[in-house]
Design a protein. Structure first.
Ligand SMILES: [Zn+2]
Length: 453
């Protein structure tokens, strides 16, 4: 991220997509943020946390001071934001806090506030070393590292699509909607998810079940975050936030694939997302008994695809892609500059329509044995292509289908990954070698063949 050497004055503008959305959700949003602040205070009162930091208006300060005194808490004013008001810390350990604050020991403050170690480390790096005011982009980048530890970050990335748990999402923190007080290191930070769930349960026990449910719903909506020239825009189906961020010359986009789409939502704000109110069973369509089994079988394939991308593959075609979930993962990991094109071929239209559908996955509804290379190579430049094919699909084909199909594969792909989900049949490799393919790599339950040029 190329950040310019100046600070954009702090600002934040909130707009709701319709009067109805405003009436329902701005009211709920205010209740959530107010209730969260009270809940945080309660955590200090009950000794579950050592310290908390919040903002207050000057006019509310006397009442806050007497409240703190009543509860035996110290109140330290540590800053003043023209936008949010006085920044204060509430703590039972005022000396430790004051010392850490005055010496600028951010990590010590983080520990006093009870933040996870990984998130403190990321915050110190972004805030102190890189001088960032907005940690959203570093957080998304760290999420990619979480999915693929070998990802090559020397490449420029400008667009990242992630899945986020409501407990790690910071996308609505400008509205005060959150499950943790800190800025997590990644959208997949396990420590944050654990703390967020604990907080949600404890928050519910304060009698605010409804408010907690709204917070969870809002943080499960799809979100698009863009940042350019110091202005960030955060779009959800219900609310749009425009605020200051680190000034960059180039545009950065983060998309969080939500799991819930609100009834009053305007799809135009998140056009790339498929509205869905239900969690979709993504594994049965793809022939797995549970989600865990599917994740386990997808892992070696994802790793092998990553290795081929590093070797110059620019297009991945999955023959018989089911609902496209494997492609969804491939697109999440590899549809980053340079863009890897991701295409799925599937004859079952219903399966395709049930897919969660990463915005960059293209689907062709067609019987894989009749797939026509001209359709696939019709658009744009011909790119080095990797074809994914399960040996199970070869077993299912009739001899006539195979006679047509095998020579066509030579035409479609430069490389062919034959794989199985615990049922990989290595015998198929031989028939491909006869057709003019040579082995380049092998992995768990898979082999990669290269077309002899
Ligand atoms: Zn973390």
């Amino acid at each position: 991220m190329n950040v310019l050497d100046f600070k954009v004055p702090e600002f934040c503008r909130i707009s709701w997509v319709s009067q109805e959305a405003d009436k329902t959700w701005s009211h709920r949003s205010n209740l959530i943020s107010e209730s969260w602040l009270n809940f945080e205070k309660e955590l200090i009162c009950t000794g579950k946390r050592q310290a908390a930091m919040q903002f207050t208006k000057l006019a509310d300060l006397p009442a806050l001071q007497s409240w703190a005194q009543e509860h035996g808490l110290a109140l330290l004013i540590v800053g003043n934001s023209p936008l949010y008001g006085l920044r204060f810390a509430l703590t039972r350990k005022p000396y430790e806090f004051f010392e850490a604050w005055s010496l600028g020991k951010l990590a010590d403050i983080g520990y006093l506030l009870g933040y996870p170690e990984c998130c403190i480390k990321a915050f110190v790096e972004n805030w102190t070393e890189l001088k960032r005011v907005d940690t959203t982009w570093p957080m998304a980048r760290e999420t990619i590292r979480h999915i693929d530890p070998r990802y090559d970050f020397s490449k420029k990335i400008h667009s990242i699509t992630v899945n986020s748990s409501p407990y790690t999402s910071t996308m609505l923190h400008w509205l005060g909607i959150r499950f943790v007080p800190h800025l997590p290191c990644s959208f997949e930070c396990e420590q944050t998810i654990r703390q967020g769930k604990e907080n949600a349960n404890a928050w519910k026990e304060t009698g605010r079940k409804e408010v907690v449910a709204w917070a969870k719903e809002m943080l499960s909506w799809p979100v698009e975050y863009t940042a350019l020239h110091g202005i960030a825009e955060i779009k959800t189906p219900i609310v749009r936030i425009t605020c200051s961020t680190d000034p960059t010359v180039e545009k950065y986009t983060i998309r969080v694939q939500g799991t819930q789409f609100p009834l009053l939502g305007a799809p135009s704000l998140t056009r790339w997302c498929v509205p869905s109110n239900v969690k979709v069973d993504t594994w049965t369509d793809n022939g797995f008994s549970t989600e865990d089994v599917m994740i386990e079988f997808h892992a070696p394939i994802l790793e092998a695809v990553g290795a081929r991308v590093l070797e110059g593959i620019q297009r991945v075609i999955d023959l018989g892609c089911g609902n496209g979930l494997l492609l969804d993962k491939i697109a999440t990991l590899y549809h980053i500059d340079p863009l890897v094109e991701v295409v799925g071929i599937e004859s079952d239209k219903a399966k395709v329509s049930r897919g969660r559908r990463h915005e960059f996955v293209q689907f062709v509804t067609r019987n894989i044995y009749d797939v026509d290379s001209s359709q696939l190579k019709g658009q744009g430049k011909i790119k080095p292509t990797l074809v994914l094919l399960s040996t199970q699909r070869l077993k299912e084909a009739t001899p006539e289908q195979l006679d047509r199909f095998l020579p066509r594969l030579l035409d479609i792909g430069d490389e062919l990954m034959l794989y199985g989900y615990g049922d990989f049949d290595p015998a198929w490799e031989k028939s491909f070698v006869v057709e003019g393919w040579a082995r380049t790599a092998t992995g768990k339950d898979l082999v990669v063949l290269k077309r002899a040029s």
